[in-house]
Design a protein around this ligand. Structure first.
Ligand code: ATP
Ligand code: MG
Length: 356
């Protein structure tokens, strides 16, 4: 019996635990309230579901433990400054950027990066939080504590966003899912669509970029890379050293889910390439109450996180997968009246992807 402790106990930890069950892998998500006596960390492999976990005596112990896989990689990726420096070191295309050191850099920023500047906190931001979109004349809106603690990057006029979820084994071999198309609204992922076969040029470029990163870091397990699609090819937006929201469709649309793949990676189990035979759609449930009417639609898989429903909070997702894209699209249409009106545009976006 293998045991895995996870730093963090949000939905990603929960889904790692669910994926471990059929494999005989016990997974222990560790949050603020974890009882140190009950967590068998001395006999476990340690991993994380977030870049910054709550600080307790137990999580401090786990985070410095030699069985924490990728222990020394987390600090590099958790800070956008060192993450961006990594892209530059490896010569990987990313949105042009610089450190927002102090107020005096602004004229040079607009000179160098153009009219729209995206300021991002170096640490702790997520779902578009800790992020500002600023034009010349608007920089006073930025809190003073951002200087030194943020990077600023060029606002990219992208035609779409894709992400690559891949995994690297202890022996250095890598496997990847097909690229996932992602729709973000207000900085938060709303809908993802994936196909068995992605655009071959984009897939090749993305795999070579993520491979270079994982090899450089000697990384083991699942990593996700978010990219912007531009006429010049893919630009890396950011990395996540963990399972990722844009990979949730793999729970029902691939032979091995990203959660199982990560557990296999960190415990040294076989890591064959996941097989994907049909298109998939994932709809994030954001601040929306549970509605079992969704289950009247035969293609719908519900993943509910059992969290208190609050505006803007991810509380679950719906996965749909079928080899008939028309059938998928019709099911999405039937979902519209079962969801609040703000879902309609994201669903229409997914339908247009399926029709393309
Ligand atoms: P996540 O929840 O994925 O961790 P995040 O809040 O950490 O997200 P990003 O992924 O950097 O932050 O940004 C969220 C979204 O904001 C992106 O998916 C994209 O839609 C938009 N965005 C971010 N950076 C840029 C940019 N340089 N140009 C244009 N849009 C951007
Ligand atoms: Mg992101």
């Amino acid at each position: 019996m293998k045991q895995v402790c996870v730093l963090g106990n949000g939905q990603l930890g929960r889904m790692l635990r669910q994926a471990g069950e059929p494999l005989g892998i016990s997974v222990w998500p560790v949050g603020l309230e974890a009882d140190p006596e009950a967590v068998p960390f001395q006999q476990s492999v340690i991993t994380a579901e977030i870049e910054r976990w709550p600080e307790t005596a137990l999580t401090r112990e786990l985070a410095r433990h030699s069985a924490f896989v990728n222990r020394d990689v987390f600090p590099i990726i958790a800070d956008r400054l060192t993450q961006k420096q990594l892209f530059d070191k490896l010569n990987l295309a990313t949105a042009p950027w610089q450190l927002l050191a102090d107020k005096s850099v602004w004229p040079a920023v607009f000179d160098k990066l153009g009219e729209l500047a995206i300021v991002k906190r170096r640490t702790g931001g997520y779902d578009g939080r800790g992020q500002w979109r600023l034009r010349d004349g608007e920089t006073d809106q930025l809190p003073d504590d951002c200087y030194g603690e943020c990077i600023v990057e060029q606002g990219i006029n992208f035609s779409g966003e894709v992400s690559l979820v891949g995994a690297r084994a202890q022996d250095g071999s890598t496997v990847f899912y097909p690229l996932t198309h992602n729709l973000h609204q207000d900085g938060i992922l709303r809908v993802s669509v994936a196909f068995p076969q992605a655009n071959i040029q984009q897939q090749t470029q993305a795999e070579s970029m993520l491979s270079a990163i994982m090899h450089e870091l000697n990384y083991v397990g699942v990593m996700a890379m978010e990219c912007f699609i531009t006429p010049a090819g893919l630009l890396i937006n950011e990395l996540a050293p963990r399972v990722h929201n844009s990979g949730h469709w793999t729970q029902n649309g691939a032979s091995i889910s990203q959660f199982e793949l990560h557990l296999r990676g960190v415990t040294g189990l076989p890591l064959p390439k996941p097989v994907v035979n049909s298109p998939s759609v994932m709809v994030n449930l954001i601040g929306t109450d549970l509605n079992y009417d969704w289950l009247k639609l035969p293609l719908v898989h519900l993943h509910w996180y059992d969290k208190e429903v609050r505006p803007g909070r991810k509380v679950g997702h719906l996965n749909l997968s079928d080899c008939d894209a028309g059938h998928l699209s019709a099911t999405l249409e039937a979902l519209i009246p079962l969801l609040p009106p703000e879902y309609a545009s994201g669903i229409a976006w997914a339908q247009s992807k399926l029709g393309a």
